[in-house]
Design a protein around this ligand. Structure first.
Ligand code: IPD
Ligand code: CA
Ligand code: CA
Length: 262
């Protein structure tokens, strides 16, 4: 099947405009399971929009999105699957942080084919198609190969996933002293895509869902960076996993720190 990637990108941009123009009024915010975990009416609206419009673009594709909307498979199919986070950075959206994005990946089986991460506040569209490189607003980007010592290290964690939190903060403290500084943006997809663009030298988080990292994982690979789980094993697109992404050099350094080296 020939897929119109520019049409898909236009839809992601439209979804971003919906996010930009939405206001998170208190009555539109609802608690989800676990600590400090929320969904807003805008998350659901954007996911439904993407489902409807992307279905027309790739007939028969499955949808693995974060929210409970019509047609959501919450898993991969053997054929095409759109892996969607309608708003990555929902808490940021609720608090007016202007640091959230729409993340859309397209997989065939368990292999990513294309990905888009669009931050409408900064108007940054990052996209990649397998084998064609990673792009930021149409300009080719590379992860580069900075070491931890010469870079910014981003991380995140969520109240609803706080197992092994001490190990994460101990590692982040060590990284704070070893690197130029550490960052926590509150949108894993944006911070991961910034690894692809070379602004973040590495990113780590103990547990993420496929829709948080699917699109960004292809951006990172196409930009010459590395993305694995924290133990170095391959990331999973059909179930949650930990994430360690970075330049080749920084990834190896943090892998060794996390797994008992220095
Ligand atoms: C969350 C954000 C956050 C990360 C969490 C994610 P959401 O996604 O990416 O930065 O720390 O683990 O769940 O809930 O805003 O889509
Ligand atoms: Ca997310
Ligand atoms: Ca989300």
């Amino acid at each position: 099947m020939t897929i119109d990637y520019s049409a898909a990108e236009a839809l992601v941009r439209e979804a971003g405009a919906m996010l930009l123009n939405a206001s998170p009024a208190p009555e539109t915010i609802h608690a989800k399971g676990g600590e400090a975990n929320f969904v807003t009416d805008t998350d659901v609206k954007i996911q439904s929009f993407l489902f409807e419009r992307l279905s027309a673009l790739v007939p028969g594709a499955a949808f693995f999105g974060e929210e409970d909307t019509r047609g959501n498979t919450r898993g991969l199919s053997d054929g095409y699957t759109f892996i969607i986070d309608p708003i990555d950075g929902t808490t940021n959206f609720m608090f007016g942080y202007n640091f959230s994005c729409v993340s859309v990946g397209l997989a065939y089986g368990k292999r990513m084919l294309a990905g888009w991460v669009y931050n409408p506040y900064a108007r940054t569209m990052m996209h990649a198609v397998r084998g064609e490189g990673a792009y930021l607003n149409g300009r080719r980007v590379y992860a580069g190969n900075r070491s931890v010592e010469n870079g910014l290290i981003a991380f995140s964690c969520a109240r609803y996933n706080d197992q092994h939190i001490d190990k994460l903060f101990d590692t982040v403290k060590a990284l704070f002293y070893k690197s130029l500084s550490v960052r926590l943006g509150g949108s894993a997809a944006i911070d991961l895509s910034r690894v692809a663009a070379g602004s973040n030298t590495a990113y780590l988080e103990m547990l993420l869902q496929p829709y948080d990292y699917a699109a960004a994982s292809l951006l990172i690979e196409e930009a010459g960076g590395v993305i694995t789980q924290l133990d170095g094993s391959a990331i999973t697109l059909d179930r949650p996993c930990s994430i360690l992404a970075g330049t080749v050099q920084a990834h190896a350094q943090i892998l060794s720190m996390w797994n008992g080296g220095r």
